[in-house]
Design a binder for this molecule. Sequence first.
Ligand SMILES: Cc1cc2nc3c(=O)[nH]c(=O)nc-3n(C[C@H](O)[C@H](O)[C@H](O)COP(=O)(O)O)c2cc1C
Length: 293
Amino acid sequence: METPLTAKIRPDGEMIDLAAYERAGGYQAARKAMQMSAAEITDQVKKSGLRGRGGAGFPTGQKWSFVPSGPDAPRPKYLVANGDEMEPGTFKDRVLLEGDPHELIEGMIIAARAIDADRGYVFLRGEYTDAGERIERALHEAASKGYLGKNIFGSGTDFDLRLHMSGGRYMCGEETGLLNALEGKRANPRAKPPFPQVSGLFGKPTIVQNIETLCNIPHIVEKGPEWFQKLSLTGDAGTKLYGASGKVKKPGSQASRHRTNNVSSGRRTRPAARAGAGRGSGRASSLIASNAS
Ligand SMILES: Cc1cc2nc3c(=O)[nH]c(=O)nc-3n(C[C@H](O)[C@H](O)[C@H](O)COP(=O)(O)O)c2cc1C
C-alpha cells in the first residue's frame, strides 16, 4: 500500500534535508499550486474528501472556503499549524515534524495560497525541542531558496512562516486557546462564533490546521483527489497515522488505510525506546522508520 505521509522519512532517524526532499519530488506540488488559483486548490482539497486529523474531522477544503477573500478581505490573514500534541500517548505529528519538516512547510505554502494567507506559524509543543530545531533548519533552507518570504517561487505573492514554541498547556491544543497563547495571553478558549476563519489571530481571518492534515496537502495537489480517495478502504479518504505506546509489543506510529479491522500492513515509524512515545525527551535521531511487510 502507498503511505505518502511517511514515504520520505529516512530510516536512520535523521531529518530529510531540502536537497534530498527535492530529489524525492518535494516542492513540485508547491510549484504546481503556484500555477493554480486559490479556488482551484480549495476545490481539489474539497474533492479529495480530506478531513482534519486533529480530532474533530471537519472537511478541510470547506473550512478554507469560509475565509473571506477578495480585495476587501481583512489583512493580514493567518495560517497556523497546530503541533501542540499534548494528549498523553500521542506522537503521530511528532513523527512527521521530526522526520519530514519540509512536507509540512510545503503543505503550508499550498494552504496559504488557497486562503491567500500573508503569515503563518507552526505552533509547537514546548517539549518538542528536536522537532523545533529541525523545523527552524527547514524554514531556513526553504527561505534561502525563495520558497518562503517575499515573492515565493517568483509568484508575486509573499508568505512569511515562523516557528512558535508553546509555553506548555494542554488547552493550547484547542484552536482558540492556541490563538490566545500565540497572542501572548492565557490559553483560555474563546466563545464561538465568531469562528477563527473570520476572526482569529489578532481578530483577523485565520485557519488552524493539524500537522498531519497539512502534510496531506502536497500529495493531494500532486496526485489528485481521486488518488487520495482511493488510498482509503472506507468513505474517509487518505491514510491515517496511528500511534501505539504503553504495554504493546511494537510501540510506534503506523500509517494505515482507513479501515475498521486491520492496521497491520502500513509503514511503521517509531521513536526508539529512549524517546518515550509522546514525550518530548529523546534525540530527534531516535526516529526509526521501517517498511512493514
Ligand atoms: C482540549 C483540546 C485539545 C486539542 N489539542 C489538539 C492538538 O494537540 N492538535 C490538534 O491538531 N488539534 C487539537 N485539538 C483540536 C483543535 O481545536 C482543532 O480542531 C484542530 O487543530 C483543527 O485542525 P484540523 O481541522 O486539521 O483537525 C484540540 C481540541 C481540544 C478541545
